[in-house]
Design a protein around this ligand. Structure first.
Ligand code: HAX
Length: 435
């Protein structure tokens, strides 16, 4: 599918000289002051990274190349008028910077289908682990094991000129994204379905094929999977999975290493693990309250007890957002439209009424509103994907699209190795006392 690579290069290559010009001519320009508070709270708000694929606004949520999620749900090509857009279209938008034609999207689908072969040794690496190993452990290990296939690594060792790095990176990225659904589904079937694996169907789209290989072949699950894969794909460059992928890639590690590292960041409870933790926490609550249909008052009491125990309420809060996450809203709209009655969905909806005022009243929590993870588990569970320790793997399959599209651009721009400075705590104390 060389024309998409060419189109990306035509659209983006002018940025190489723009980047070089900025670096040479405006390198001394002061962007912003950095406060001690920003450093001590996780480098919040410091403009420190170049990411073109998407931008997060605290009060509006994510925009992919300028388009909001509701706009994209209307404008990106879909298989039928009632369905959700194909995530392949979002990948094209993030990479090339324009809304694709239907033909472009179909072509990416076909291209990924032809690249989807996973080498046997990757399955062997997965099979060597106990089935009790966390699905994200198996997923990250499989990704790193697949680095044997890296064309970028081979080209680098053969001494290619740095201006061609992006080209090899592109091929690695397309291969890697194409193979992730097969790896994810293999882990799912291995752990939960006694190794009864399902072969890919190359006629299906990327997300539809993932649902198929997991054994959830209905149109409803495929529709949900397309939405899920779209909304989790990217959240600008500073979140843990995106930043880690970029950072590791900046050492010219191949994309398999970079994404493997990013996925291990996604596996943390404050990031992508939250999508399974929401369900864990709700089930703990139901057990504690000894009911499947808790009242609003009972839920309020449990939220208060969670906070008193020094725990976080999973699915709520965000490092950047200060409103309800539009990815939460997209999923709620999906549930409102397609799900008539579901106890778990009802609880998630009640939590949306109950949690924000309680978190807001604590005083120190910057954002009391729900994030993407507050809803996704209830939707998956409703459609029969009940194995919640697996949920973060689905997030990871989707997130690969944004972070890897960015990685191609990192190499096209020729971004250098990333190396911020660190100081002892004593230095910050001294800074605090100097005028
Ligand atoms: N429940 C209880 N306390 C919370 C909270 C929540 N949902 N969200 C924030 N806080 C607490 C913090 O733990 C922190 O407490 P301390 O000062 O005692 O350390 C305080 O409020 C200030 O934190 P903040 O500035 O509001 O939030 P951060 O930017 O530090 O952290 C997090 C953002 C998303 C990590 C945080 O809100 C959180 O832990 N939420 C619950 C876990 C979660 O849903 N994570 C997924 C986020 C979205 C994502 O990345 N998905 O993959």
């Amino acid at each position: 599918m060389e024309y998409i690579k060419n189109r990306f290069y035509e659209k983006t290559s002018k940025c190489i000289s723009e980047y070089q010009k900025l670096r040479k001519e405006h390198g001394d320009k002061v962007l912003t002051e950095v406060t001690i508070g920003q450093v001590l709270t996780g480098m919040k708000g410091i403009p420190a990274l170049i990411t073109d694929t998407s931008k997060l606004d605290a009060n509006e949520g994510i925009r992919f190349r300028g388009f909001s999620i509701p706009e994209l749900r209307k404008q990106l090509p879909r298989l039928n008028p009632e369905g959700e857009p194909l995530p392949e279209g979002l990948f094209y938008l993030m990479l090339v910077g324009e809304i694709p034609e239907e033909e472009d999207v179909i072509n990416i689908s076909k291209d990924w289908a032809t690249r989807a072969h996973v080498p046997q040794h990757v399955f062997d690496v997965i099979d060597a682990m106990p089935k009790t190993a966390r699905p994200m452990t198996q997923f990250s290990a499989a990704i790193v094991a697949m680095a044997t296939e890296s064309v970028f690594q081979k080209a680098y060792r053969s001494g290619i000129h740095k201006k061609y790095y992006w080209d090899f990176m592109y091929d690695d990225v397309m291969n890697l994204i194409a193979r992730l659904p097969r790896i994810a589904a293999y882990i799912y079937r291995r752990v939960y379905f006694k190794d009864k694996h399902i072969e890919p169907d190359p006629r299906l789209d990327w997300a539809g094929n993932l649902a198929h290989m997991m054994g959830h072949d209905s149109d409803e699950v495929k529709r949900l999977m397309r939405l899920y894969m779209m909304i989790h794909a990217d959240h600008e460059g500073g979140n843990v999975s995106a930043h880690t992928t970029h950072l590791v890639g900046s050492a010219l590690s191949n994309p398999y290493y970079a994404l493997g590292a990013g996925m291990l960041g996604l596996a943390g409870p404050l990031h992508g693990y939250a999508n399974q933790d929401v369900i864990n926490w709700i089930f703990e609550m139901l057990e504690d309250l000894n009911t499947n249909e808790p009242t609003k008052e009972q839920i309020e009491g449990y939220v208060q007890r969670t906070l008193q125990a020094g725990r976080v309420v999973p699915g709520y809060g965000h490092a950047v957002l200060r409103v309800t996450d539009p990815r939460f809203t997209a999923q709620k709209e999906f549930a409102d439209k397609y799900i008539k009655e579901d106890k778990l969905v009802n609880i998630v909806n009640t939590l949306y009424e109950v949690v924000p005022p309680i978190l807001g009243s604590v005083g120190k929590i910057s954002n009391p509103w729900p994030n993407v993870d507050a809803y996704s588990g209830a939707l998956l569970y409703h459609y029969g994907i009940k194995e919640h320790p697996f949920y973060t793997v689905l997030f990871g399959v989707s997130r690969s699209m944004g972070v890897l599209a960015s990685l191609i651009m990192d190499r096209l721009y020729g971004l250098p190795i990333e190396r911020p400075s660190s100081y002892p705590l004593e230095w910050f104390k001294e800074q605090a006392n100097t005028k």
